[in-house]
Design a protein around this ligand. Structure first.
Ligand code: FES
Ligand code: FES
Length: 187
């Protein structure tokens, strides 16, 4: 993806005031370049949602607890509600919108669907991003390692077992193996 979107104007609610002229932040979001003049206090989550249109970045607690706002910042997970857009200046950002290949879900998204790893779906973008990092670092995690990996994200609906099942399944597919028949959610 090489398209560039240059967003040069300043939001009225985020413009720097007379004593604070603001700053210009540039970053690549899901392969597309963005630039905008912002208030230096603008969070990365607001930048992504309001300036880049990536509203798959969900805001739950807005103080670093729930993980719904998690994105990949230069390949590492970051809570965008607790990160300033200025801190991401020059970074390569991946949000949940960047996981699928057009209409094609990636194996992890497919596994969430198959195993009912979501219900309301509010937490799902954060889980998917965290698990992307987990599987990149550990392609064959144990259930305990999966649970440890997702322990910083809160879901109010699924009870987590279905998410663990989905991760186990996706990991096997990404390794080129058949998904395990042993699954707590396959009834
Ligand atoms: S909204 Fe960022 S951690 Fe909850
Ligand atoms: S699916 Fe509803 S909060 Fe996780």
């Amino acid at each position: 993806m090489s398209a560039t979107t240059e967003i040069g104007s300043t939001d009225s609610d985020d413009a720097g005031n007379a004593g604070d002229p603001g700053m210009t932040v540039r970053m690549t979001v899901n392969g597309q370049s963005h630039a905008r003049h912002i208030d230096p206090r603008r969070t990365l989550s607001d930048f992504l949602r309001k300036d880049c249109g990536t509203t798959g970045v969900h805001l739950g607690c807005e103080h670093g607890v729930c993980g719904a706002c998690t994105v990949l910042l230069d390949g590492r997970t970051a809570r965008s509600c607790c990160t300033l857009a200025a801190q991401a200046d020059g970074a390569d950002v991946t949000t949940v919108e960047g996981l699928a290949d057009g209409p094609e879900l990636n194996p992890l998204q497919e596994a969430f669907w198959k195993h009912h790893g979501l219900q309301c779906g509010f937490c799902t973008p954060g889980f998917l991003i965290v698990i992307q990092e987990l599987l990149a670092e550990n392609p064959d995690p144990t259930d305990e390692e999966i649970r440890e990996g997702i322990s910083g994200n809160i879901c109010r609906c699924t009870g987590y077992q279905f998410i663990v099942d989905a991760v186990r399944d996706a990991a096997a597919i990404l390794r080129g193996e058949q998904p395990s028949a042993a699954s707590g959610s396959d009834h």
